[in-house]
Ligand binder design. Structure first.
Ligand code: CA2
Length: 144
């Protein structure tokens, strides 16, 4: 089973500021966590991060025929991007949306998620653990 993990803008800066919201661990630690967790579950992952909406759309499009599912934290694009929503819909793969923080307990604009209009499941507020739960959900969903 192959899962594409997509992380959006500024997540590459994890750990440098706002530890009370996003934790103290950095992006390298997040990728190590995802890769190790997936490996233990027999899941192959590719992790992709971009600060550019179009690059994220391109990556999602390239998942067709190459991956069985998608885990995505679109970061700020969660709240603005119809293009990412449309790409997910077009590709049609089972998708789980993850947020490190609880977007429902923050500013009003973060309560809106375009991604969640397609994602089968949205996991918020669990930090790195949210990615583990997303992978486990897709494993079970895909019969793995
Ligand atoms: O909670 C999440 O995972 C978010 O997707 C993170 C985004 C935010 O825009 C979403 O509303 C919720 C922000 C990602 C990175 O933000 C940083 C902020 C300061 C220092 C480093 C990263």
């Amino acid at each position: 089973m192959r899962i594409l993990v997509v992380n959006g803008p500024n997540l590459n800066l994890l750990g440098i500021r706002e530890p009370e919201i996003y934790g103290r661990r950095d992006y390298t630690a997040l990728i190590a966590f995802i890769t190790e967790t997936a490996g233990r579950e027999g899941i192959e992952t590719e992790c992709f991060q971009s600060n550019h909406e179009g690059a994220i759309v391109d990556k999602i499009q390239s998942a067709l025929g190459a991956f069985d599912g998608i885990v995505i934290n679109p970061a700020a694009y969660t709240h603005t991007s119809v293009a990412i929503l449309d790409a997910l819909k077009a590709v049609g793969l089972p998708t789980v949306e993850v947020h490190l923080s609880d977007i429902n307990q923050r500013e009003a604009f973060r309560k809106v998620s375009y991604t969640s209009l397609y994602a089968e499941k949205t996991i918020v507020g669990l930090g790195f653990e949210g990615y583990r739960q997303a992978l486990l959900y897709l494993k079970s969903r895909l019969g793995g």
